[in-house]
Design a protein around this ligand. Structure first.
Ligand code: DGL
Length: 268
């Protein structure tokens, strides 16, 4: 594995660009190869078998691009397909996911007693976050709720308005996640509404910035494994399996700046 090689990351669509943006902020010398499987989104409502099939297919593409690290920048895939992606890669690259960094930050956090997790159905029903957190720290109370309306809401541009505030209130007022002190945004789309969620809680709940936590974890991992690029950076590339003008618009919202999506269907 060459230090000049890119970091590969993938998501069901363009939500993982929130993670890509945090990484490009923290590791500006690294080339990123992003793959968004826009032809198949959402993953959050699919079966585990289907998510595994898509994830290993994209992994092959990222291996062809000679990626030194493959980051599963999708919670639905990280919680349902990590073992299969790892065995598929068979040590040809390092495999990271978006769950472990957040679980580690909960474990190292101070004063945390009751953690709430929100995400897609696939993520919440996998119980991956819940079991990893409690296996490290059995005294922590962990509550979770699937919030499947948030992804289409954000993709339709309903953010910082009355509609999104009403949907946020409808979900977060549910008794399943009452009395939490810390919130995990278990979906790569959700950083877009992080401030709205904090405001719903009157800033009394610590809403973790998952994208930044993942980027910091990746940086540390690369330092420890001597993987950092010496600085001869090539252009980042953002591939998608389906390309429409709407995806281009949403991609700019997730990445906070203008990027160009390249259509590259890896599916037969
Ligand atoms: N970005 C995906 C995730 O983090 C959510 C979108 C989807 O369901 O495909 O789980």
């Amino acid at each position: 594995m060459d230090k000049d090689s890119p970091i590969g990351l993938f998501d069901s669509g363009v939500g993982g660009l929130t993670v890509a943006h945090a990484i490009s902020d923290l590791l500006p010398d690294e080339q990123l190869i992003y793959y968004g499987d826009t032809a198949h989104l959402p993953y959050g409502d699919k079966s585990r078998e289907t998510i595994v099939g898509y994830s290993t297919g994209i992994t092959d593409f990222l291996l062809e691009q000679r990626c030194k690290v493959i980051l599963i920048a999708c919670n639905s895939a990280s919680t349902n397909a990590l073992d299969e992606v790892e065995s598929h890669v068979a040590k040809r690259a390092h495999v990271l996911n978006v769950v472990d960094p957040v679980v580690e930050s909960i474990n190292n956090g101070e004063g945390i007693k009751h953690v709430g997790i929100i995400g897609t159905r696939a993520t919440i029903e996998s119980r991956t976050y819940q079991s990893r957190i409690t296996s490290l720290n059995p005294d922590l109370q962990v509550s979770s709720l699937a919030t499947p309306l948030f992804v289409p809401m954000i993709e339709e541009g309903f953010v910082f308005d009355d509609i999104s505030n009403a949907i946020i209130r409808a979900y977060l007022s549910r008794k399943e996640i009452s009395d939490i002190d810390t919130m995990i945004l278990g979906c790569t789309h959700y950083p877009i509404i992080r401030n709205q969620i904090s405001r719903y809680y009157n800033f009394e709940v610590n809403v973790l910035d998952s994208a930044r936590i993942v980027a910091a974890f990746l940086k540390k991992f690369m330092e420890e494994n001597n993987l950092l690029s010496p600085g001869r950076k090539q252009e980042n590339k953002y591939f998608v399996s389906e390309h429409t003008a709407a995806f281009e618009t949403i991609a700019n919202m997730f990445f906070h700046e203008k990027i160009s999506l390249i259509r590259n269907s890896i599916w037969k």
